[in-house]
Design a protein around this ligand. Structure first.
Ligand code: C2E
Ligand code: MG
Ligand code: MG
Ligand code: MG
Length: 287
């Protein structure tokens, strides 16, 4: 009867939930061991200048190769780490590893993602300063990527934190811009260097008038506020052309390069451009 069927439905639902919770627990437990077991690595995705196509920086993106589940996406495990202090341990490792790499590049910056919980950690500024000092890296070689969510919950404190960091020479980029609840109007009080236009808008540019209009207005108003504009998720030549015309200052995405390992990034950093060899890649420098 219906009561029984109802109970059955509930039980099946509970079981599948149990499975979800078990998986989460294993991810949580695995994450805290991942560092000791050396399962985390960083990939680096180049960010190029619109005008010269020179590689000006690389975004560090964490990768986790688990023994049980193979490669797990950060989109999956970062939110889990974010629910506990595990995010701090993970974030400290990411920052130290990224700074060790940037030291070996000729001049590019490394762009590191910080989740809201990391950003709100007591003495966030002190942690960052200590990390760059320990690595022997100038603040200008580190770009701090934060999202709108991180700064709007406690806007006054966030504004103060960003101001202090920027005074010391760190670069600040607002990631996934356009997806949160901020507007160009209420970001004006934050000390930012760049906006990263979320890739969903770049993706929609060629198909929907709305996305193209949003991209154009972010670029237009962002530049009026003196901000750099990094377009993320650039996949096609058509998007490159449209973004160059619209006036984005920097481009990032699979069209140029997917995230690459540290060795490949090192070679690219030394070459200063995406493709080719050392010899044929340099723009004409005389001869
Ligand atoms: P995000 O910071 O917005 O990073 C951009 C994501 O887009 C990356 O995914 C990147 O691989 C992907 N991507 C880059 N170019 C293209 C493109 O042309 N097309 C498409 N479809 N995708 C592209 P990934 O590496 O899976 O990272 C996902 C998210 O996880 C990141 O989004 C960031 O929020 C978070 N994350 C990654 N590494 C870290 C980290 O070290 N710390 C923290 N706190 N979060 C991280
Ligand atoms: Mg990012
Ligand atoms: Mg992003
Ligand atoms: Mg994004």
């Amino acid at each position: 009867d219906s009561k029984r069927a109802g109970r059955g439905v509930v039980r099946i639902f509970d079981e599948s939930m149990d499975e979800g919770i078990r998986f989460r627990r294993r991810i949580e437990g695995g994450l805290s061991q991942a560092l000791e077991r050396d399962e985390l690595t960083l990939s680096y995705q180049p960010i190029v200048s619109r005008d010269t196509l020179e590689v000006v920086g690389f975004e560090a993106l964490v990768r986790w190769e688990t023994p049980d589940y193979g490669s797990v996406s950060p989109a999956m495990f970062i939110p889990i780490a974010e629910e506990s202090n595990t995010i701090h341990e993970l974030g400290d490792w990411v920052l130290a590893a990224a700074l060790a790499q940037v030291r070996t590049w000729p001049g590019q910056y490394v762009s590191v993602n910080f989740s809201p919980r990391q950003f709100r950690r007591p003495n966030f500024v002190g942690h960052i300063v200590q990390a760059v000092q320990h690595a022997g890296v100038e603040p200008s070689r580190l770009q701090i990527e934060i999202t709108e969510t991180a700064i709007f919950d406690d806007a006054d404190r966030a504004a103060d934190t960003l101001y202090r960091l920027r005074q010391m020479g760190f670069r600040i980029a607002l990631d996934d811009f356009g997806t949160g609840y901020s507007s160009l109007y209420n970001i004006r009080k934050f000390a930012l260097d760049s906006l990263k236009i979320d890739r969903s808008f770049i993706d929609g540019m060629g198909r929907e008038r709305e996305s193209a209009a949003i991209v154009h207005s972010i670029i237009h108003l962002g530049r009026a506020l003196g901000l750099g504009i990094i377009a993320e998720g650039v996949e096609t030549e058509a998007q490159v052309q449209a973004l160059r015309i619209a006036g984005a200052s920097h481009l990032q995405g699979f069209f140029f390069s997917s995230p690459i390992d540290a060795g490949t990034a090192q070679a690219m950093a030394d070459r200063r451009f995406i493709g080719g060899t050392d010899d044929d890649e340099e723009p004409a420098t005389g001869a």
